[in-house]
Design a protein. Structure first.
Length: 117
């Protein structure tokens, strides 16, 4: 799914994952929360390019990916309780079985989260 670079894209991404992953046998709220965080991060930390969201199954994993076209890699920080933001990747790491980032051949990156099947 291709999304606009806009705050409301997090809700659209959650709805896309809800439909794409209807048969996944995991705590369904976790992928929805994670994709919302990843799209939110892409909106906040990249410029006005489109964002791509993918949800798919592999033999051992359920996967959610968010692509953006920024070369800036995400940084997981230890959040300060006084911060209004900075907790997104902490939430992703807590809810996903595994997560990471890979560079895309055409530029940019894909941040993924996955859950064991």
């Amino acid at each position: 799914m291709i999304l606009a670079h806009a705050p409301e894209s997090s809700a659209a991404a959650r709805e896309f994952v809800r439909k794409a992953a209807v048969d996944w046998i995991i705590d369904f709220d976790d992928p929805l929360t994670v994709v919302g965080e990843l799209v939110g991060n892409a909106v906040v930390h990249t410029r006005g390019e489109s964002i791509v969201v993918r949800a798919y199954e592999l033999p051992a994993w359920y996967v959610v990916e968010v692509w953006d076209y920024s070369s800036r890699m995400p940084e997981r920080r230890t959040p300060d309780l006084g911060w209004e933001s900075g907790r997104g990747l902490v939430v992703v790491a807590e809810l996903a079985g595994d997560w990471g980032v890979r560079r895309l051949p055409a530029g940019g990156k894909a941040v993924f989260a996955r859950w064991a099947r």
